[in-house]
Write a protein that binds this ligand. Structure first.
Ligand SMILES: NC(=O)c1ccc[n+]([C@@H]2O[C@H](COP(=O)([O-])OP(=O)(O)OC[C@H]3O[C@@H](n4cnc5c(N)ncnc54)[C@H](OP(=O)(O)O)[C@@H]3O)[C@@H](O)[C@H]2O)c1
Length: 271
């Protein structure tokens, strides 16, 4: 085995990535498949997950993908998803809580129900899906190779920027805090819990602002590194946190944002 394989391979691991038929979830799932994992992808549109799993299997990579329907927006949906996962595996090395929704509206019109809807998928589901899958994570966990949970936070959960998405930004701050509290609680079980805090990436959620190359360039101009994120940016972070390389990291809120989390408009004494 090469040095890089020893450090970054996820060969033989089993993973579940929610919401992985599109966007960031698909980027993470593709990375895991390419690095040798067996990856389940699930979201409401089961047909899309089956199709995307087929596309990932067509890469000719070392790993495999399997797609099916799963809706994390309710207790019964989570129970059904957990049953699907348990029918396929008795251990889970990696859980990526990626499924997420947003809602944008001006302050004056922001609807009441857009809080419960967004928090239900972005926060409540992260807690309950993880809790329900603990027996499978426990079964995969060891001192040398902990099981891994990655939650999708956001730079919008770090910086006080609502951009008309009031419940979304609050939900992502909640994801960051939940990540840290679960990290300390699960350490004794040999399960690491970390979060990605991405900046702007092309996805279905951000298509309104990033779908075309021109739009993507425009958004990228506001990022300190002057570009939006790419699939490799998610792949690198995913493989780091899920492989031997990341086995001593827990409770981290990893900025994958081209510097947005350290960006500010303050000046003091220098012009
Ligand atoms: N793109 C960015 O710039 C960015 C930045 C920071 C953080 N994030 C976070 O990254 C994660 C992925 O978002 P994305 O940007 O890649 O957007 P996306 O393309 O819209 O992906 C979201 C995924 O979540 C799934 N989903 C939504 N509701 C679900 C439910 N009830 N049950 C199961 N799956 C559900 C969707 O699939 P179905 O419709 O089939 O259910 C979809 O595939 C989210 O948590 C988001 O907040 C994104």
């Amino acid at each position: 085995m090469s040095y890089l394989d020893e450090l970054f391979s996820v060969a033989g691991k089993t993973a579940l990535v929610t919401g992985a038929a599109t966007g960031i979830g698909r980027m993470a799932a593709a990375a895991l498949v390419r690095a040798g994992a067996s990856v389940m992808i699930a979201s409401r549109k089961g047909e899309d997950c089956i199709r995307v799993a087929g596309e990932l299997n067509g890469l000719g990579a070392a790993g495999r993908a399997e797609g099916f329907a799963g809706d994390v927006s309710s207790e019964t949906g989570i129970a059904a998803l957990v049953a699907e996962v348990k029918a396929r595996t008795d251990r889970l090395h990696v859980l990526v809580n990626n499924a997420g929704v947003s809602w944008g509206a001006p302050l004056e019109d922001f609807p009441y129900h857009a809080w419960a809807k967004v928090f239900g998928v972005n926060v409540t589901a992260v807690f309950h899906l993880t809790r329900e899958l603990l027996p499978l994570l426990d079964a995969a966990a060891s001192d040398a190779d902990p099981a891994r949970v990655i939650n999708l936070g956001s730079v919008m959960g770090t910086q006080p920027l609502a951009d008309d998405a009031y419940s979304y930004t609050a939900s992502k701050a909640a994801v960051h805090h939940l990540t840290r509290t679960l990290a300390i609680e699960f350490a004794a079980r040999r399960i690491t819990v970390n979060a990605f805090a991405p900046g702007p990436f092309q996805s279905r959620m951000t298509a309104f602002a990033t779908a075309t190359e021109e739009q993507a360039r425009h958004v990228g101009r506001h990022v300190p590194l002057r570009r939006i994120g790419t699939p490799d940016d998610i792949a690198g972070a995913t493989l780091y946190l899920c492989s031997r390389a990341g086995s001593y990291v827990t409770g981290a809120i990893l900025p994958i944002d081209g510097g947005q989390s350290v960006q500010h408009g303050l000046t003091l004494f220098k012009e």
